[in-house]
Design a binder for this molecule. Structure first.
Ligand code: SF4
Length: 195
């Protein structure tokens, strides 16, 4: 079995509770949603066996691995990968769109989810460490309330929408002012210009 991949790179986590943490980002190919504004390339560029993937991750300094996508909960071979990374002492974080409540998520260290307001009926995840919702407009308020009922999390974040490089902080602030228990998460990598 080979893992279908888009890219592997080392950087700092740019958003949420782990902002600033050095991480190896492993972006897997494929997604089960088609968000109209998606700017993530989810097409397969290369594939690796488990051993090849672990060897590649070991070439980086960071000891946190972020499994992202696309949608990593769709991944064949996820339990084997998580078990192997755990054995090697990595801190494992997952970034998911909240549409799959995969059993193996209970074995990772951190689950960050970004449910999409365009697909409220697709939310299946019940528990995460953090939830992030993009404040595309004021109507996202009702979605945030629904998300909070559906997904138990330690932190709930609203992220400003990025309109072709223009960060819409005003809408995020307006949304936050109408919610309880939510706070702001900026995409620091976009503001500071790192990857
Ligand atoms: S869930 Fe993420 S990767 Fe998938 S289509 Fe939406 S924005 Fe793109």
């Amino acid at each position: 079995m080979k893992y279908k991949l888009v890219e592997i790179f080392e950087s700092l986590q740019g958003e949420g509770r782990n902002t600033g943490r050095p991480c190896v980002f492993v972006r897997f190919a494929g997604c089960n949603l088609a968000c109209p504004w998606c700017d993530t390339d989810v097409g397969e560029r290369f594939s690796m066996t488990l051993e090849e993937l672990l060897n590649e991750i070991a070439t980086y300094k960071a000891k946190t691995v972020v499994l992202t996508g696309g949608e990593p909960t769709l991944l064949d071979g996820a339990p084997e990968l998580v078990a192997a990374l755990k054995k090697l002492g990595y801190y494992i974080a997952v970034e998911t769109n909240a549409t799959v409540d995969a059993d193996w998520l209970q074995f990772v260290d951190y689950v960050a989810c970004s449910p999409k307001a365009e697909f409220p009926e697709k939310i299946a995840l019940k528990k995460a460490n953090e939830v992030r919702v993009v404040a595309s407009n004021d109507s996202v308020i009702e979605f945030c309330k629904k998300v909070k009922d559906l997904i138990e999390a330690d932190d709930y974040y609203v992220s400003p929408c990025d309109h072709d490089g223009e960060i819409d902080f005003a809408t995020a602030k307006s949304v936050l002012n109408q919610l309880e228990g939510w706070s702001l998460s900026v995409q620091l990598h976009k503001i500071l210009g790192f990857r």
